[in-house]
Design a protein around this ligand. Structure first.
Ligand code: ADP
Length: 263
């Protein structure tokens, strides 16, 4: 019922009849709608930290000028808000970069074991402060390389493992498992990021990789989320001709599986 059509009727010369063109503009219309929503979302996400910053600048110039304790507190909040804007802009740039190209040029063979190990090390401070252990479950004697862009693949596993610690950390352990798999027409490797945390209601699953889609916006922002992480993951995985599968049950935890062709 959302279809949008355009009909153009042009008379043909010498009364030979009329040319009638019926165009389906639904897709164009839908893309325009999505673009408008995206711009509105970005503006909103940028405006809230900016409003906070402007407000605190005013307060620092006025009432809090001679109150060192208040000044410290306000400066800490301003730092946090500036950090939020920074992360948002960083993620927007990442997203626009990975959206721009359809397919990644297979630059090199990338070793997934190396990526998973270094990502685990990067996330150690966050995991420790959240009381979560990250365990890598890696196979013996398996070729663990895939063709791809190392920086982008790091980004994929960093986003997924960080989410597992942030949202799934209640279970105490995050397991990252690498196993052989297959895709139509190619051998593949499957990397699963498994948590035993809060899980996600089935109704949210189809929309989870949309830009700015969050199950709980307040919680995501509190944990420094931008709402763009899974959109970035989806695009990078697609560009590597891979698949992203999300399995989750409320209260039981989530499994985010990435399947990447290994040849
Ligand atoms: P964010 O920056 O908000 O983390 P993401 O795109 O990475 O954005 O994730 C989108 C939303 O999906 C999150 O806000 C969160 O509600 C939900 N989510 C992601 N990973 C998990 C997980 N492992 N467990 C539960 N919820 C998750």
């Amino acid at each position: 019922q959302d279809a949008v059509h355009r009909v153009t009727v042009t008379p043909l010369p010498q009364e030979a009849g009329v040319l009638c063109v019926l165009e389906d503009l639904s897709e164009v219309e839908q893309m325009g709608q999505m673009r408008r929503e995206f711009v509105a979302n970005v503006s909103h996400e940028l405006r809230s930290p900016l409003t906070a910053l402007t407000g605190f600048i005013e307060t620092l110039k006025g009432a809090a000028k001679d109150d060192p304790a208040a000044r410290e507190r306000f400066l800490a909040i301003m730092e946090r808000e500036a950090g939020r804007m920074n992360r948002l802009i960083r993620d927007l740039l990442h997203l626009s970069r990975v959206e721009a190209e359809e397919r990644v040029r297979p630059t090199a063979m990338v070793d997934l074991v190396e990526i998973l190990r270094s990502t685990k090390a990067t996330l150690r401070p966050l995991a420790e402060s959240s009381g979560v252990t990250v365990r890598l479950d890696l196979p013996d004697g398996l070729k663990t390389q895939v063709p791809g862009d190392a920086d982008q693949l790091v980004q994929v596993f960093q986003n997924l493992m960080e989410n597992a610690v942030k949202y799934g950390g209640a279970g105490g352990e995050v397991v990252v498992r690498l196993t052989p798999d297959s895709l139509p027409k190619a051998a593949a490797l499957r990397i699963e990021v498994i948590d035993q945390g809060e899980g996600i209601d089935a109704q949210h699953l189809p929309r989870l990789t949309e830009r700015f889609y969050r199950v709980d916006g307040h919680r995501s922002r509190e944990k420094g989320g931008t709402g763009l992480g899974l959109a970035i993951v989806k695009h990078i995985v697609q560009r590597h001709r891979g698949r992203l599968k999300i399995d989750s049950t409320r209260g039981m935890g989530s499994t985010f599986a990435v399947i990447l062709p290994s040849e």
